[in-house]
Design a protein around this ligand. Structure first.
Ligand SMILES: *Cc1c(COP(=O)(O)O)cnc(C)c1O
Length: 385
């Protein structure tokens, strides 16, 4: 095949092109039907997505952030409650905790996966701890067994942030089915993405689902009768649900493709371990859905990350950093009282990580071009002694 000379970070057009006619027809049907708010497509998608997660209830909301907020609130988490969450996550996890008025308690992560350190979570617990939010970061689940053990030993609620883990599995257990409830996002670039914002709370408990249904709709279950004080307007759009119904049928294949591409990267990058370039570890085999493919440029790596990113950009290869500043060091949350040095592993990772392009439909030619370019850059720099 032709030598690809430019690789985007993600390419959604590859997902949408084969579905174009179907997507357009579904959107036209919504436009013609006039059933714009909480229409039939929403109900249909809620059932289908919850079933795909292996849980009985799903409630569509406006975004992943709202799924966190309304989901936590429906689980009874609020002022006076401590909620444990990993410090290396997208800031929305923290925003959800703060929006319900609970107290966030950060914990560090594992160096090889970036996932929440369960032992650190256990150490952070006290009698005010009400919930733990494992973030299934980069598409890999935090160990369900370890989470179940934690919940049983300490009587805390597990609330999953599964915004990067649609369809992920570990030890035969699906993302979204571990805790009392879970938050998903359908932001366009997620493994299952809408053509705009969207989110969902999936849950094992009917009462949690009913409460989210009320909270997303002004705190009412019956028009003009308001029973839940934490209510707002945050519903999954009917148009987005129509799109998501069609895309859901492709999710398993897309995830399979991501997993296959990641394995190609893993194998091809092995020789660079000696130069200090190390991919994050996969502990869940084909259950890792690789929302992101993340490598670490350790201290042994002669080329500095900023330079490497610049050189990749020159070669027209887009890369990213997820995330460059851990939550506890974000200026907006200075008032929480954390300091540099509080979470050494997450801080180290924030300096070392780099996310490479990965998306369903990415060709092997594109992947080889990324690998070859990386090899040239990493090996061209002499190892400093
Ligand atoms: C994307 C994301 C969210 C937020 O979802 P939005 O739909 O953008 O509000 C929350 N947590 C994690 C880990 C995410 O990646």
């Amino acid at each position: 095949m032709a030598n690809p000379s430019s690789v985007p970070f993600v390419d959604l057009s590859l997902q949408h092109a084969p579905l174009r006619a179907e997507l357009m027809a579904a959107m036209a049907a919504v436009a013609d039907g006039g059933d714009y708010i909480l229409g039939n497509s929403v109900v249909q998608f809620e059932r289908a997505f919850a079933a795909a997660c292996g849980v009985p209830f799903g409630v569509g909301v406006g975004s992943g952030t709202d799924a966190l907020t309304l989901g936590l609130r429906a689980c009874g988490i609020g002022p006076g409650d401590q909620v444990i969450l990993p410090v290396n996550t997208f800031v929305a996890t923290l925003i959800g905790v703060l929006q319900v008025g609970a107290t966030p308690v950060f914990v560090d992560c594992e160096l090889d996966t970036g996932l929440m350190d369960i032992a650190a979570a256990e150490r952070a617990m006290n009698r005010l701890t009400r919930a733990v939010i494992p973030v299934h970061l980069y598409g890999q689940m935090v160990s369900p067994k370890a989470l179940h053990a934690l919940a049983e030993a300490h009587g805390v609620t597990i609330f999953e942030d599964a915004a990067q883990a649609h369809g992920a599995e570990r030890d035969g257990i699906k993302a979204g089915s571990v805790g009392l409830a879970s938050a998903f996002s359908f932001y366009p670039s997620k493994n299952l993405g809408a053509m705009g914002d969207g989110g969902m709370v999936v849950t094992q408990q009917e009462v949690v689902a009913q409460t989210v249904r009320s909270l997303r709709n002004y705190g009412s279950t019956r028009k003009y009768y308001h029973t839940d004080p934490g209510g707002t307007n945050s519903r999954l759009d009917t148009l987005q649900a129509a799109v998501l119904n069609i895309k859901l049928a492709c999710l398993a294949d897309w995830n399979c493709d991501r997993n296959r591409l990641a394995k190609l990267y893993d194998d091809a990058l092995k020789p660079l371990a000696a130069q200090g370039l190390i991919p994050m570890t996969n502990h869940s085999g084909s259950g890792h859905v690789y929302h992101l493919y993340v490598i670490r440029l350790t201290r042994d790596c002669a080329i500095d990350r900023t330079r490497l990113q610049q050189e990749l950009a020159v070669a027209e290869i887009q890369s990213g950093i997820h995330y460059p500043v851990p939550c506890h060091l974000q200026p907006a949350f200075h008032h929480l009282g954390y300091q540099p040095g509080d979470f050494p592993i997450a801080e180290q990772l924030s300096q070392e990580i780099l996310s490479l392009p990965i998306y369903p439909g990415m060709t092997e030619g594109h992947l080889e071009y990324v690998v070859k370019t990386l090899m040239g850059l990493v090996q061209a720099c002499p190892v400093l002694t």
